[in-house]
Design a protein around this ligand. Sequence first.
Ligand SMILES: [Zn+2]
Length: 543
Amino acid sequence: MDTTLLRSGLIVDGLGAPAFPGHVLLRGDRIDAVLREGDATPEAARHVDATGCVIAPGFIDMHSHADWQLPLDDHPELLSSMLEQGVTTVIGGNCGISPAPLRHETLGRLHDFASIARDRPFEYAWESFAEYLEQMGKGKPALNLAELVGHSTLRYAGSDAARGPMPREDLSNCLDRLRQSVEEGACGLSFGLGYDPGMYSPLEELQAFCHVAAEADATATVHLKAYSRISPCYPLTTPEAHNVRALREMLEVARQTGVRLQLSHFIFVGRRSWPSVEACLEMVDAARRDGLDIMIDAFPYTCGNTTIHAPFPHWFLAALPGAYRSRLARMRLRVELELGFRLAGFIYSDVQVMDAGVEGWEELNGLTIAEIARKWKTSPFDAMLTLAERSKGATTMLFHSYSGEPQDQHALETVLGHEACLFETDVIVKNGGHPNPAALGTFPRILGPLVRDRRLFNLETAVHRMTGASAGRFGISDRGVLASGKAADVVVFDAAQICDTPPEGKQPAGRSRGIEHVFINGAHAVKAGVYQSGVRAGHVIRT
Ligand SMILES: [Zn+2]
């Protein structure tokens, strides 16, 4: 059988144990042995010199949207920047949307919702979760995929109610589909409560879903209803800060149902939310002290991708597309947005177009709404509305002021430094447009600038929180750890060199440095930092 010996590196096992010098032998798609320096080195068909480098388990992007790229035959090129930053496994289906299960009669709603996450449409050659996973396996993915089942997707499949409370029989239909999806291999349940339809779901519905997830021993990930002090998801008159209220409500759901909860992208959006970071982490700690199984995750940047509709209030979204042309609706929206932005600590130049989503408007990619307004000689509000209307909400945006800004990263580092924080990218990868820097540099940025330079936590802890801890969160038992018999997902990186790279011109980041080799299921997918075109060795993981 094919054997590769990774020789003379520093072994970081993914479980947090102290690093030690040694070698790793891969045999076929498994790790055959982890050896200490001084142990007899076995024979191997191929040798890779890891002198001066760390040997670690392949990184797990535990909050990914790459499941919307994987059905495309050219996904390896689209996702090569993930491989080149050391990612071997993605957890897809986050923020309430997974591509399965579905019912073809209501597919249009899922398809419209997913327009923000995908590069371009693909054929849905499945209905059940099992059929979907089978198709993904046949497509030879470049990365391993474990998939959550989305709450919004389940609603689309199980009910004709567009939003809000469902009839009782529809709810039980959705819950049956949830049980079935978990049985068929879904690694958990996800919620997208900041988006339609999740934002309109009553708490009792969330409890019912979490109750079933808890019974099935499945983790629930949640994109909270609000991440800013003022958000469109609660009335402006709500006295409590919206991000604090959203967290409190979800922790209460966890208390009532006992569900294992993963608080997705634990961000603080807008300057007025930054001071609440300690209080929010204390709420998480208090719940953990009470015995609830709760963790958080975050990416190491002060910007993140979302849709142009994200700041718009419920009433406006519910009245689309007519609301775009109603003078009254526009006037009310303008006042509410301006007030909301002020109270949240948010300005139009924090909002940058990633992909305008309108043919012929590619020149807008990378510009902020304030810059577009100047270009079009109009107000930022009108520029944003024109863009939203023309793209039918498909414009993807990079919002800045997430947990800080480049010169003030206190809130961001407080979150990343928390012992219950796992690492993730949350990126939406598209073929064109202005990329999210997290798509290029997330894991190198943590290992270089944050671990080596800032010493926020040590190397073993950093690797644990991007490998073994993430695998454990979703019941993936044979990955995320360097040990004999585990899957041969391995990264070799230079700890002295590893880093993301600064913006170059209009690009938000350059290629990361320091990732030397990546093996997926024993296949050598990245050599000397470069993805080897044609290597498609990923597996579909059923838990
Ligand atoms: Zn999300």
